[in-house]
Design a protein around this ligand. Structure first.
Ligand code: ZN
Length: 464
């Protein structure tokens, strides 16, 4: 998936050289792409466990959730260190509002347990006498976790250390779109083993696997009532995968996993409330409120794609009419393209190719093709405005692999969103575009695994 996205972006000439104006900020698309690609390559360069490690960047939410105070203090200290990458003790004390003496005692425990270590940092200036300043950093080898995205036609996985640094990544095609549960489990195992072989690690070195997949996913009970990639319903997927992989497994809806990726590694790290919208074969949404992923009660929340934007409107793949998805998702665009441009699906093959054709024609000035994108953009504006009125997030992130269709973030979409939103004299939330590669989904799975492993570890350790 990573490679597909990259090849398309690089070779199809899709991106014009012009900068794209997104609200108040002007982004150069090529720069974003190069940045995101070079970040991935850097990650891949760090892909040998024996490789020299550069300064830790930190991962995880930077802000502390109000409920964070319920976590053991020792865990709070550990998470501050991990979020910072490296930080002196005095800053940890300031951030948590506790005494330097308490931090010293708690960090001694963490150092003794092999979870953090001291690193020397350069003197601020010149060559002063005395001991160089000391900072704390997570011991990256303390734990390793794997993140996975299981998809329709391909799967991806990433191995990260306890500091959140990716060590290896892998993509694998999948033959059948809708799979038998046992087949999916076997494919997940093949993916895991190929990843670990690449990294030179044994299964026993992995503490947990976090997995994202499309559909309704009950994270707490590990059950999938329905997924577009599974033949069966009500699958106890967590237990099936856990037994097959021989490791603790945690599962989550893919839009939530994408949101965790933004919260742990992306633009959401320093935001206490933000929404993530992703448009691919369907339309997904994730929400962070008060620094925490919002999961809802029954897995039906955040189904932005099935919110209604038109009574008795276009037919959605869910069977209802007038859902947002039926106007902006890949399959909706392809449906319109087939009629408007007289495209023959059999001749063109996959959805991706049809979309590329539609996009190329729009770029070349085909008015019917442009109208299809413009209309989808207007419906997206409605959805974004609804999100603003329901949740008032600080930031809306349009994330995922398909964000290259620039109708999604054209100025008109922004302007339309503002026009549909109550004018309070204040600025509407910023809308950011995050053009990640396919690795982002797997990284979200890794964030899920890191978060659960950390919680369980400190819970077992007991109060401090
Ligand atoms: Zn629907």
């Amino acid at each position: 998936m990573v490679n597909f996205a990259k090849v398309q972006l690089k070779n199809s000439g899709i991106f014009p050289d012009m900068p794209v104006n997104i609200g108040n900020i002007v982004l150069d698309l090529k720069e974003i792409l190069q940045r995101s690609e070079s970040e991935q390559e850097n990650a891949a360069d760090a892909a040998s466990p024996n490789g020299a490690s550069s300064a830790p960047q930190g991962c995880g939410p930077i802000l502390t959730a109000p409920g964070g105070a319920q976590k053991p203090l020792r865990q709070q200290v550990f998470e501050r260190v991990r979020a910072a990458g490296r930080t002196p003790r005095i800053d940890v004390a300031k951030d948590l509002g506790i005494s330097p003496g308490s931090v010293t005692a708690l960090t001694s425990d963490l150092i003794a347990a092999g979870l953090i270590h001291e690193i020397e940092t350069p003197h601020p200036s010149g060559s002063p006498r005395g001991r160089p300043p000391v900072a704390l950093s997570v011991e990256p080898t303390a734990r390793h976790v794997v993140g996975m995205k299981l998809g329709d036609f391909s799967h991806s996985a990433v191995l990260v250390d306890f500091g959140g640094t990716p060590l290896a990544q892998i993509d694998m095609p999948s033959e059948t779109q809708k799979k038998q549960t046992d087949d999916l489990a076997q494919e997940a195992k093949d993916l895991l083993l190929a990843l670990l072989k690449k990294a030179g690690l044994e299964v026993s070195a992995i503490s947990a696997v976090g997995i994202g997949l499309a559909g309704v996913v009950d994270h707490e009970h590990g059950v999938v009532p329905w997924s577009p990639i599974l033949v069966d319903r009500e699958v106890a997927l967590r237990d099936v995968l856990s037994e097959k992989l021989g490791l603790p497994v945690h599962i989550e809806n893919d839009a939530n996993v994408l949101t965790l990726a933004e919260l742990w590694f992306g633009a959401g790290r320093a935001k206490s409330s933000f929404a993530v919208v992703t448009i691919e074969y369907g339309v997904g949404m994730g929400l962070v409120l008060d620094n925490r992923l919002y999961r809802g009660a029954r897995g039906l929340g955040m189904e932005l794609g099935h919110t209604k934007v038109q009574l008795d409107g276009a037919l959605c793949r869910c069977g209802n009419r007038g859902c947002l998805e039926a106007y902006v998702a890949d399959y909706a665009l392809v449906r319109e393209a087939r009629v408007a441009l007289d495209l023959n699906r059999d001749a063109l093959g996959a959805v991706n190719l049809m979309l590329e054709t539609l996009y190329d024609q729009a770029k070349a000035g085909n008015e019917r093709a442009r109208t299809i994108f413009r209309r989808a953009g207007r419906y997206l504006s409605v959805a974004l405005s609804n999100i603003v009125h329901l949740f008032d997030p600080e930031l809306i992130i349009l994330s995922g692999e398909r964000m290259r269709y620039d109708y999604l973030y054209a100025e008109e979409v922004q302007a339309e969103m503002q026009a549909l939103t109550l004018d309070t004299g204040r600025k509407p939330p910023k809308v950011d575009i995050n053009v990640w590669g396919g690795l982002v989904w797997a990284q979200g799975g890794a964030a899920l695994a890191l978060s659960v492993v950390t919680d369980e570890m400190f819970e077992a350790w007991g109060e401090a």
